[in-house]
Design a protein around this ligand. Structure first.
Ligand SMILES: *Cc1c(COP(=O)(O)O)cnc(C)c1O
Length: 428
């Protein structure tokens, strides 16, 4: 680095100049907690408790069944979907907020396999990344069994070579959950298309974290998560997008009545609704959708301050700063970096490695109020990871300085060796 390492005073000055700083007020952030896990469960919007209470007491409690029309419950998945669309470069009316990421992936991957089977019957292979989030791989494995397809898992540098004429679908997560490495969406999509494969993106660690332009990239299918950077609350509905050029061509396999063209005619036969509506299955969780809308609204509030582009600029400044401070302050403690240094290849998280004690160091930090998380390595290519998410809506530069300083203290004192930090919990 060709400048002096920023001091605490420098970081405070950066916060004072930050035009996005007021957005932090949109969140409830518990006293004494420095929350760097918004990539796993986003912080709670201050608007959520009152809105959820309103849905429960007024809409459910008082207006009861009339709320389906009176409070727009039936249209809520599309209304929230349209808001999410603004964050991911999708046209209005092409996204629905519904079900979980795993379930939505099942729907779109099935549809992609059906589409490919008709257009390219000899292509019977799905390619993905070995270090993709496991649920994505499990869903793909199950569908390959059902459809007589083959799932091929490769390392990121081998994706291009894996795009052979047998490949029906390339299924990738845009930002890797474990390393924070980000794919070049337009380039990878173009490479898949050039070989005749369909492109499916999982945006779990991208939506609300980095600018995404699905339409510009010409992708085919996408899914993403509601409870991470969209701040929708635990178990929030996820979302699904299908390029309009494919949306009407196939049924998705979970052909429930909410995806029917005329659900309230109650006909015995299924007639899929046009467009993304057919990707809905059954009755949706209205209380959770209300909380998700509060979360998505926190991101739309940033539109007045430069939107996703401004959030991205700040996010990179935060992750750059953390990398630099850890490098400077934690030297000699065996800390490595798993996240790419090249900003173009980095999501909104920083993943550190250590051969020994990664889990315990994270626990010791949590005891000090610095909440990150641990992701196990695979014993081969990937080491154990200490993972820190930097949500630019509510994390500031002083927070980054404090996080790096707390990490330094945990390493220097060796307190992570204490037995209490070395007992594994069910959820890491
Ligand atoms: C978080 C995450 C999921 C979560 O799936 P659920 O169905 O919500 O449990 C799926 N895929 C990826 C890539 C994720 O990061």
């Amino acid at each position: 680095m060709n400048h002096p390492t920023p001091t605490l005073a420098d970081c405070r000055a950066l916060d004072a100049q930050d035009p996005l700083r007021p957005l932090r007020e949109l969140f409830f952030l518990p006293e004494g907690t420095l929350y760097l896990d918004g990539n796993s469960l986003g912080a709670m919007p201050r608007s959520a408790p009152a809105r959820v209470a309103e849905v429960v007491t007024q809409e459910w409690g008082t207006d009861l069944i009339q709320s389906w029309n009176k409070h727009g419950w039936f249209a809520q998945p599309k209304k929230v979907g349209d808001k999410i669309a603004r964050l991911i470069g999708a046209e209005p009316g092409t996204v629905v907020a519904t079900d979980s990421t795993s379930v939505n992936l099942f729907k779109v991957l099935s549809a992609a396999m059906n589409l490919s089977s008709v257009d390219h019957p000899r292509r019977r292979r799905i390619v993905s990344e070995r270090s993709n989030f496991p649920t994505d791989l499990y869903i793909a494995e199950a569908l390959c069994q059902q459809h007589g397809f083959e799932l091929v898992l490769v390392e990121p540098e081998d994706i291009a070579a894996a795009l052979t004429p047998e490949v029906a679908v390339l299924m990738l997560t845009h930002v890797n959950y474990r390393t924070g490495a980000m794919h070049d969406m337009p380039a990878v999509t173009a490479a898949a298309h050039a070989t005749g494969a369909l492109m499916l993106w999982d945006l779990a660690h991208s939506a609300g974290a980095v600018p995404v332009d699905l339409t510009g990239a010409g992708a085919d299918y996408a899914v993403g998560c509601g409870y991470k950077y969209l701040n929708g609350g635990p178990g929030a509905p996820a979302f699904v997008w299908v390029n309009p050029r494919h949306a009407d061509r196939f049924w998705q396999p979970l052909a429930g009545w909410w995806g029917h063209a005329t659900p309230f005619e109650f006909t015995p036969d299924y007639r899929p609704a046009p467009g993304i509506t057919r990707y809905q299955c059954g009755t949706q969780p209205m209380i959770s959708l209300a909380a998700l809308e509060c979360g998505v609204d926190t991101l739309l509030a940033a539109e007045a301050h430069g939107g996703m582009a401004a959030l991205r600029t700040k996010s990179l400044a935060l992750t750059d700063l953390f990398i630099e401070l850890v490098d400077e302050h934690c030297q000699g403690h065996g800390i490595g970096l798993a996240t790419p240094l090249d900003p173009a290849q980095r999501g909104s998280q920083v993943c550190l490695t250590r051969d020994e004690g990664a889990y315990a160091i994270v626990q010791a930090l949590i005891a000090r109020g610095v909440v990150g998380d641990f992701r196990a390595g695979d014993g081969q290519r990937h080491k154990d990871i200490l993972r820190f998410g930097f949500t630019p809506l509510y994390i500031g530069f002083e927070d980054v300085w404090n996080a790096a300083d707390q990490l330094r203290q945990v390493l220097e004192t060796g307190e992570w060796r204490r037995a209490e930090f070395n007992t594994k919990h069910a959820v890491t």
